[in-house]
Design a protein around this ligand. Structure first.
Ligand SMILES: [Zn+2]
Length: 425
Protein backbone atom coordinates (compact mmCIF):
# COMPACT_ATOMS: atom_id res chain seq x y z
CA UNK A 1 0.00 0.00 0.00
CA UNK A 2 1.16 3.52 -0.76
CA UNK A 3 1.79 5.17 2.60
CA UNK A 4 0.88 8.61 1.24
CA UNK A 5 -2.65 7.51 0.44
CA UNK A 6 -3.11 5.99 3.89
CA UNK A 7 -5.03 8.65 5.89
CA UNK A 8 -3.84 7.29 9.26
CA UNK A 9 -0.27 7.74 8.17
CA UNK A 10 -1.03 11.21 6.78
CA UNK A 11 -2.63 12.27 10.11
CA UNK A 12 0.43 11.03 12.04
CA UNK A 13 2.78 12.87 9.68
CA UNK A 14 0.69 16.05 9.96
CA UNK A 15 0.91 15.85 13.76
CA UNK A 16 4.68 15.33 13.71
CA UNK A 17 5.16 18.13 11.20
CA UNK A 18 2.95 20.56 13.16
CA UNK A 19 4.59 19.69 16.47
CA UNK A 20 8.11 20.16 15.08
CA UNK A 21 7.20 23.42 13.30
CA UNK A 22 5.41 24.76 16.35
CA UNK A 23 8.16 23.86 18.82
CA UNK A 24 10.96 25.18 16.60
CA UNK A 25 9.10 28.46 16.02
CA UNK A 26 8.48 28.98 19.72
CA UNK A 27 12.08 28.09 20.48
CA UNK A 28 13.29 30.56 17.86
CA UNK A 29 11.03 33.32 19.22
CA UNK A 30 12.15 32.74 22.82
CA UNK A 31 15.82 32.74 21.83
CA UNK A 32 15.33 35.99 19.90
CA UNK A 33 13.70 37.56 22.95
CA UNK A 34 16.44 36.27 25.27
CA UNK A 35 19.22 37.63 23.03
CA UNK A 36 17.46 40.96 22.54
CA UNK A 37 16.87 41.57 26.25
CA UNK A 38 20.36 40.41 27.24
CA UNK A 39 21.95 42.69 24.63
CA UNK A 40 20.08 45.73 25.99
CA UNK A 41 20.34 44.89 29.70
CA UNK A 42 23.16 47.30 30.52
CA UNK A 43 21.74 50.54 29.12
CA UNK A 44 18.37 52.16 29.87
CA UNK A 45 16.69 53.17 26.56
CA UNK A 46 17.03 56.93 25.95
CA UNK A 47 13.26 57.57 26.26
CA UNK A 48 13.29 56.16 29.79
CA UNK A 49 16.58 57.63 31.01
CA UNK A 50 14.77 60.14 33.27
CA UNK A 51 12.30 57.73 34.81
CA UNK A 52 13.99 54.31 35.12
CA UNK A 53 17.28 53.72 36.91
CA UNK A 54 19.91 51.26 35.67
CA UNK A 55 19.44 48.85 38.63
CA UNK A 56 15.67 48.71 37.93
CA UNK A 57 16.32 48.19 34.23
CA UNK A 58 18.75 45.34 34.99
CA UNK A 59 16.27 43.75 37.38
CA UNK A 60 13.59 43.81 34.65
CA UNK A 61 16.02 42.16 32.22
CA UNK A 62 17.01 39.41 34.65
CA UNK A 63 13.41 38.80 35.69
CA UNK A 64 12.29 38.52 32.05
CA UNK A 65 15.19 36.19 31.23
CA UNK A 66 14.42 33.94 34.21
CA UNK A 67 10.79 33.63 33.08
CA UNK A 68 11.81 32.96 29.47
CA UNK A 69 14.21 30.18 30.54
CA UNK A 70 11.44 28.58 32.58
CA UNK A 71 9.29 28.90 29.45
CA UNK A 72 11.83 26.82 27.51
CA UNK A 73 11.45 23.99 30.04
CA UNK A 74 7.67 24.29 29.65
CA UNK A 75 8.03 24.12 25.87
CA UNK A 76 9.92 20.83 26.14
CA UNK A 77 7.39 19.48 28.63
CA UNK A 78 4.46 20.41 26.37
CA UNK A 79 6.01 18.66 23.38
CA UNK A 80 6.81 15.55 25.44
CA UNK A 81 3.28 15.45 26.88
CA UNK A 82 1.67 15.78 23.47
CA UNK A 83 3.74 12.92 22.08
CA UNK A 84 3.19 10.89 25.25
CA UNK A 85 -0.58 11.23 25.09
CA UNK A 86 -0.86 10.54 21.35
CA UNK A 87 1.76 8.56 19.44
CA UNK A 88 3.36 6.96 22.51
CA UNK A 89 0.00 5.57 23.60
CA UNK A 90 -0.77 7.46 26.84
CA UNK A 91 -4.37 8.28 26.00
CA UNK A 92 -4.99 4.80 24.60
CA UNK A 93 -3.71 3.29 27.84
CA UNK A 94 -5.76 5.64 30.04
CA UNK A 95 -8.90 4.95 28.02
CA UNK A 96 -8.47 1.16 28.18
CA UNK A 97 -7.65 1.25 31.90
CA UNK A 98 -10.78 3.26 32.70
CA UNK A 99 -12.88 1.03 30.42
CA UNK A 100 -11.58 -1.94 32.41
CA UNK A 101 -12.54 -0.32 35.72
CA UNK A 102 -15.79 1.41 34.86
CA UNK A 103 -17.08 -0.20 31.65
CA UNK A 104 -18.29 1.86 28.70
CA UNK A 105 -20.69 4.75 29.34
CA UNK A 106 -21.04 8.33 30.43
CA UNK A 107 -19.21 7.73 33.73
CA UNK A 108 -16.15 6.39 31.94
CA UNK A 109 -16.11 9.28 29.47
CA UNK A 110 -16.29 11.93 32.18
CA UNK A 111 -13.65 10.05 34.21
CA UNK A 112 -11.40 9.97 31.13
CA UNK A 113 -11.52 13.73 30.67
CA UNK A 114 -11.15 14.49 34.39
CA UNK A 115 -8.18 12.08 34.66
CA UNK A 116 -6.58 13.60 31.55
CA UNK A 117 -6.85 17.13 32.99
CA UNK A 118 -5.63 16.10 36.46
CA UNK A 119 -2.63 14.16 35.11
CA UNK A 120 -1.63 17.16 32.99
CA UNK A 121 -1.94 19.40 36.04
CA UNK A 122 0.20 17.10 38.20
CA UNK A 123 2.92 16.89 35.53
CA UNK A 124 2.97 20.70 35.33
CA UNK A 125 3.15 21.03 39.12
CA UNK A 126 6.97 21.25 39.45
CA UNK A 127 7.09 24.13 36.95
CA UNK A 128 4.22 25.94 38.66
CA UNK A 129 6.02 25.62 41.99
CA UNK A 130 9.32 26.85 40.54
CA UNK A 131 7.54 29.82 39.00
CA UNK A 132 5.93 30.96 42.26
CA UNK A 133 8.51 29.96 44.87
CA UNK A 134 11.58 30.15 42.61
CA UNK A 135 11.37 32.97 40.06
CA UNK A 136 8.68 35.21 41.62
CA UNK A 137 10.22 34.69 45.06
CA UNK A 138 13.76 35.53 43.92
CA UNK A 139 12.63 38.82 42.39
CA UNK A 140 10.55 39.80 45.39
CA UNK A 141 7.09 39.42 43.80
CA UNK A 142 5.83 36.33 45.56
CA UNK A 143 3.70 36.92 48.67
CA UNK A 144 2.05 33.51 48.72
CA UNK A 145 2.92 30.84 51.27
CA UNK A 146 2.95 27.05 50.75
CA UNK A 147 -0.20 26.88 52.89
CA UNK A 148 -2.07 29.47 50.86
CA UNK A 149 -0.80 27.91 47.65
CA UNK A 150 -2.13 24.48 48.68
CA UNK A 151 -5.46 25.96 49.73
CA UNK A 152 -5.74 27.76 46.36
CA UNK A 153 -5.01 24.54 44.52
CA UNK A 154 -7.55 22.53 46.53
CA UNK A 155 -10.21 25.19 45.94
CA UNK A 156 -9.30 25.39 42.25
CA UNK A 157 -9.65 21.62 41.76
CA UNK A 158 -12.94 21.49 43.70
CA UNK A 159 -14.34 24.44 41.76
CA UNK A 160 -13.13 22.95 38.46
CA UNK A 161 -14.97 19.70 39.21
CA UNK A 162 -18.10 21.47 40.45
CA UNK A 163 -18.33 23.75 37.41
CA UNK A 164 -16.66 21.48 34.83
CA UNK A 165 -18.36 18.10 35.29
CA UNK A 166 -21.96 19.34 34.71
CA UNK A 167 -21.10 21.13 31.43
CA UNK A 168 -19.03 18.11 30.37
CA UNK A 169 -22.04 15.92 31.00
CA UNK A 170 -24.25 18.26 28.94
CA UNK A 171 -21.81 18.39 26.01
CA UNK A 172 -21.18 14.63 25.99
CA UNK A 173 -24.96 13.97 26.18
CA UNK A 174 -25.55 16.29 23.21
CA UNK A 175 -22.75 14.59 21.28
CA UNK A 176 -24.35 11.23 21.95
CA UNK A 177 -28.00 12.14 21.33
CA UNK A 178 -28.01 15.42 19.39
CA UNK A 179 -27.87 13.85 15.95
CA UNK A 180 -25.90 15.30 13.04
CA UNK A 181 -26.25 18.84 14.37
CA UNK A 182 -25.04 18.02 17.90
CA UNK A 183 -22.27 20.64 17.56
CA UNK A 184 -24.85 23.39 17.14
CA UNK A 185 -26.68 22.39 20.35
CA UNK A 186 -23.38 21.94 22.17
CA UNK A 187 -22.37 25.43 21.04
CA UNK A 188 -25.59 26.95 22.43
CA UNK A 189 -24.98 25.15 25.72
CA UNK A 190 -21.37 26.39 25.88
CA UNK A 191 -22.35 29.99 25.15
CA UNK A 192 -25.01 29.91 27.87
CA UNK A 193 -22.52 28.27 30.24
CA UNK A 194 -19.84 30.90 29.60
CA UNK A 195 -22.30 33.74 30.22
CA UNK A 196 -23.42 32.01 33.42
CA UNK A 197 -19.84 31.68 34.71
CA UNK A 198 -19.15 35.33 33.90
CA UNK A 199 -22.29 36.27 35.76
CA UNK A 200 -21.47 34.35 38.95
CA UNK A 201 -17.72 35.10 38.88
CA UNK A 202 -17.71 38.42 40.78
CA UNK A 203 -20.06 37.37 43.58
CA UNK A 204 -19.49 33.63 43.86
CA UNK A 205 -16.10 32.60 42.46
CA UNK A 206 -13.76 35.51 43.12
CA UNK A 207 -14.66 35.87 46.84
CA UNK A 208 -13.49 32.25 47.33
CA UNK A 209 -9.94 33.38 46.60
CA UNK A 210 -9.80 37.04 47.68
CA UNK A 211 -11.35 39.50 50.10
CA UNK A 212 -13.17 42.50 48.67
CA UNK A 213 -13.60 45.50 50.95
CA UNK A 214 -15.29 48.79 50.04
CA UNK A 215 -12.86 51.52 49.02
CA UNK A 216 -12.43 53.91 51.94
CA UNK A 217 -10.42 56.68 50.29
CA UNK A 218 -13.24 59.24 49.90
CA UNK A 219 -11.21 61.65 47.77
CA UNK A 220 -10.27 58.94 45.28
CA UNK A 221 -13.85 57.62 45.29
CA UNK A 222 -15.25 61.07 44.43
CA UNK A 223 -12.73 61.48 41.63
CA UNK A 224 -13.40 58.10 40.08
CA UNK A 225 -17.16 58.56 40.48
CA UNK A 226 -16.94 61.85 38.56
CA UNK A 227 -14.89 60.17 35.82
CA UNK A 228 -17.47 57.43 35.43
CA UNK A 229 -20.39 59.84 35.30
CA UNK A 230 -18.86 62.02 32.62
CA UNK A 231 -18.03 58.89 30.60
CA UNK A 232 -21.62 57.62 30.87
CA UNK A 233 -21.14 54.77 33.34
CA UNK A 234 -22.74 54.03 36.70
CA UNK A 235 -20.55 52.62 39.43
CA UNK A 236 -22.20 49.82 41.39
CA UNK A 237 -19.50 50.13 44.01
CA UNK A 238 -15.78 50.56 44.52
CA UNK A 239 -13.83 47.71 46.07
CA UNK A 240 -10.30 46.94 47.11
CA UNK A 241 -9.04 43.39 46.51
CA UNK A 242 -6.28 41.93 48.68
CA UNK A 243 -4.08 40.97 45.71
CA UNK A 244 -1.03 41.49 47.94
CA UNK A 245 -1.79 38.18 49.65
CA UNK A 246 -0.31 36.37 46.68
CA UNK A 247 1.77 38.73 44.59
CA UNK A 248 3.26 42.20 44.47
CA UNK A 249 2.06 42.55 40.85
CA UNK A 250 -0.86 44.92 40.48
CA UNK A 251 -4.00 45.51 38.43
CA UNK A 252 -7.40 47.21 38.27
CA UNK A 253 -10.53 45.87 36.65
CA UNK A 254 -14.28 46.11 36.27
CA UNK A 255 -16.85 43.41 36.65
CA UNK A 256 -20.48 43.35 35.69
CA UNK A 257 -22.64 43.59 32.61
CA UNK A 258 -24.12 46.64 30.94
CA UNK A 259 -23.46 50.21 31.94
CA UNK A 260 -23.22 49.60 35.67
CA UNK A 261 -19.97 48.17 36.92
CA UNK A 262 -18.23 47.20 40.09
CA UNK A 263 -14.79 48.74 40.07
CA UNK A 264 -12.09 46.66 41.72
CA UNK A 265 -8.63 47.95 42.63
CA UNK A 266 -5.79 45.70 43.73
CA UNK A 267 -4.49 46.96 47.07
CA UNK A 268 -1.02 46.84 45.49
CA UNK A 269 -2.15 49.33 42.82
CA UNK A 270 -3.44 51.74 45.47
CA UNK A 271 0.00 51.69 47.07
CA UNK A 272 1.78 52.40 43.78
CA UNK A 273 -0.35 55.10 42.12
CA UNK A 274 -1.62 58.50 43.21
CA UNK A 275 -5.25 59.54 42.70
CA UNK A 276 -4.67 61.16 39.29
CA UNK A 277 -2.82 58.10 37.98
CA UNK A 278 -5.54 55.86 39.32
CA UNK A 279 -8.15 57.88 37.48
CA UNK A 280 -6.16 57.63 34.23
CA UNK A 281 -5.83 53.84 34.56
CA UNK A 282 -9.59 53.53 35.11
CA UNK A 283 -10.25 55.81 32.14
CA UNK A 284 -8.21 53.38 30.05
CA UNK A 285 -10.37 50.49 31.25
CA UNK A 286 -13.53 52.49 30.52
CA UNK A 287 -12.12 53.06 27.02
CA UNK A 288 -12.22 49.30 26.46
CA UNK A 289 -15.93 49.32 27.32
CA UNK A 290 -16.74 52.40 25.26
CA UNK A 291 -15.11 50.83 22.21
CA UNK A 292 -17.01 47.60 22.94
CA UNK A 293 -13.77 45.61 23.01
CA UNK A 294 -15.11 43.18 25.58
CA UNK A 295 -18.29 42.39 23.67
CA UNK A 296 -16.40 42.08 20.38
CA UNK A 297 -13.91 39.72 21.97
CA UNK A 298 -16.72 37.54 23.31
CA UNK A 299 -18.50 37.56 19.95
CA UNK A 300 -15.30 36.47 18.20
CA UNK A 301 -14.70 33.72 20.72
CA UNK A 302 -18.26 32.43 20.20
CA UNK A 303 -17.78 32.37 16.42
CA UNK A 304 -14.47 30.49 16.77
CA UNK A 305 -16.06 28.04 19.18
CA UNK A 306 -18.83 27.33 16.67
CA UNK A 307 -16.32 26.80 13.84
CA UNK A 308 -14.20 24.58 16.09
CA UNK A 309 -17.18 22.42 17.10
CA UNK A 310 -18.28 22.05 13.47
CA UNK A 311 -14.76 20.93 12.56
CA UNK A 312 -14.76 18.50 15.48
CA UNK A 313 -18.13 17.18 14.31
CA UNK A 314 -16.57 16.27 10.98
CA UNK A 315 -13.27 14.92 12.36
CA UNK A 316 -15.07 12.61 14.79
CA UNK A 317 -16.58 10.73 11.89
CA UNK A 318 -13.13 9.91 10.48
CA UNK A 319 -11.41 6.80 11.82
CA UNK A 320 -7.98 8.18 10.80
CA UNK A 321 -8.44 11.11 13.19
CA UNK A 322 -8.16 8.60 16.05
CA UNK A 323 -5.79 6.03 14.62
CA UNK A 324 -3.43 8.70 13.24
CA UNK A 325 -3.15 10.19 16.73
CA UNK A 326 -2.34 6.89 18.46
CA UNK A 327 -5.82 5.90 19.65
CA UNK A 328 -7.99 2.95 18.61
CA UNK A 329 -11.64 4.08 18.51
CA UNK A 330 -14.55 1.84 19.41
CA UNK A 331 -16.00 0.50 16.16
CA UNK A 332 -19.38 -0.50 17.54
CA UNK A 333 -20.96 2.43 19.37
CA UNK A 334 -19.62 5.67 17.83
CA UNK A 335 -20.67 7.77 20.83
CA UNK A 336 -18.19 5.78 22.96
CA UNK A 337 -15.45 7.85 21.25
CA UNK A 338 -16.80 11.29 22.16
CA UNK A 339 -14.53 11.98 25.14
CA UNK A 340 -11.49 10.70 23.19
CA UNK A 341 -12.35 13.01 20.29
CA UNK A 342 -12.71 16.04 22.61
CA UNK A 343 -9.32 15.34 24.20
CA UNK A 344 -7.49 14.77 20.91
CA UNK A 345 -9.02 17.89 19.43
CA UNK A 346 -7.96 20.13 22.34
CA UNK A 347 -4.48 18.58 22.25
CA UNK A 348 -3.85 19.11 18.55
CA UNK A 349 -5.79 22.26 17.62
CA UNK A 350 -3.43 24.72 19.40
CA UNK A 351 -0.55 23.61 17.13
CA UNK A 352 -1.87 25.18 13.89
CA UNK A 353 -3.68 28.01 15.75
CA UNK A 354 -0.35 29.26 17.10
CA UNK A 355 0.63 30.35 13.60
CA UNK A 356 -2.37 32.69 13.32
CA UNK A 357 -1.97 34.04 16.87
CA UNK A 358 -0.10 37.18 15.64
CA UNK A 359 -3.41 38.38 14.14
CA UNK A 360 -5.16 38.20 17.49
CA UNK A 361 -2.22 39.83 19.27
CA UNK A 362 -2.10 42.68 16.73
CA UNK A 363 -5.82 43.31 17.20
CA UNK A 364 -5.42 43.35 20.96
CA UNK A 365 -2.51 45.82 20.77
CA UNK A 366 -4.59 48.09 18.53
CA UNK A 367 -7.38 48.05 21.11
CA UNK A 368 -4.92 49.04 23.81
CA UNK A 369 -3.96 52.10 21.76
CA UNK A 370 -7.67 52.93 21.39
CA UNK A 371 -8.20 52.64 25.14
CA UNK A 372 -5.13 54.82 25.78
CA UNK A 373 -6.50 57.45 23.39
CA UNK A 374 -9.84 57.37 25.20
CA UNK A 375 -8.07 57.78 28.54
CA UNK A 376 -6.15 60.80 27.23
CA UNK A 377 -9.46 62.46 26.36
CA UNK A 378 -11.25 61.71 29.63
CA UNK A 379 -8.37 61.96 32.09
CA UNK A 380 -4.96 63.57 32.01
CA UNK A 381 -2.58 62.07 29.48
CA UNK A 382 0.39 62.93 31.72
CA UNK A 383 -1.19 60.89 34.54
CA UNK A 384 -1.58 57.86 32.29
CA UNK A 385 2.06 58.21 31.24
CA UNK A 386 3.37 58.30 34.77
CA UNK A 387 1.03 55.47 35.82
CA UNK A 388 2.30 53.28 32.98
CA UNK A 389 5.90 54.08 33.83
CA UNK A 390 5.34 53.09 37.45
CA UNK A 391 3.57 49.89 36.44
CA UNK A 392 6.29 48.86 33.97
CA UNK A 393 8.93 49.62 36.58
CA UNK A 394 7.26 48.01 39.59
CA UNK A 395 6.24 44.90 37.65
CA UNK A 396 9.78 44.64 36.18
CA UNK A 397 8.43 44.45 32.62
CA UNK A 398 11.18 44.65 30.05
CA UNK A 399 11.42 47.92 28.11
CA UNK A 400 13.41 46.29 25.30
CA UNK A 401 11.46 43.35 23.84
CA UNK A 402 12.27 41.76 20.48
CA UNK A 403 9.81 43.06 17.82
CA UNK A 404 9.10 39.62 16.33
CA UNK A 405 8.47 38.15 19.77
CA UNK A 406 6.11 41.08 20.43
CA UNK A 407 4.17 40.37 17.24
CA UNK A 408 3.39 36.82 18.43
CA UNK A 409 2.91 37.14 22.16
CA UNK A 410 2.26 40.71 23.29
CA UNK A 411 -1.37 41.59 23.98
CA UNK A 412 -0.23 45.09 25.00
CA UNK A 413 2.07 47.36 22.98
CA UNK A 414 5.65 47.58 24.33
CA UNK A 415 6.25 50.44 26.77
CA UNK A 416 8.22 52.54 24.27
CA UNK A 417 5.44 52.55 21.64
CA UNK A 418 2.69 53.23 24.14
CA UNK A 419 4.42 56.18 25.77
CA UNK A 420 5.51 57.58 22.40
CA UNK A 421 1.85 57.70 21.28
CA UNK A 422 0.78 59.35 24.53
CA UNK A 423 3.51 61.94 24.14
CA UNK A 424 2.48 62.63 20.56
CA UNK A 425 -1.26 62.85 21.38
ZN1 LIG B 1 -6.09 47.84 28.27
Amino acid sequence: MNVFSDPTWAMTMALVFLLVANTLTRLWLASRQIRHIAAHADAVPADFADSVGLPEHRKAAHYSLAKLRLGLVDLALEAALLLGWTLLGGLQWLNETLLGWLGAGMGQQIALIVAFVLIGGVLHLPLTLIETFGVEQRFGFNRSTPGLWLADMAKGVALGLLLGVPILWVVLSLMAAGGKLWWLWAWLALVAYQLFVMWIAPNVIMPLFNRFTPLEDEALKARVQALMERSGFTAKGFFVMDGSRRSAHSNAFFTGFGASKRVVFFDTLLQQLNAGEMEAVLAHELGHFKHRHVIKMMARSFVFTLAGLALLGWLMGQVWFFTGLGVTPSMGDASANNALALILFTLVLPLPLFFVSPMGSALSRRQEFEADAYASQHARSADLRSALLKLYRDNASTLTPDPVYVSFYYSHPPAGQRLARLNAG
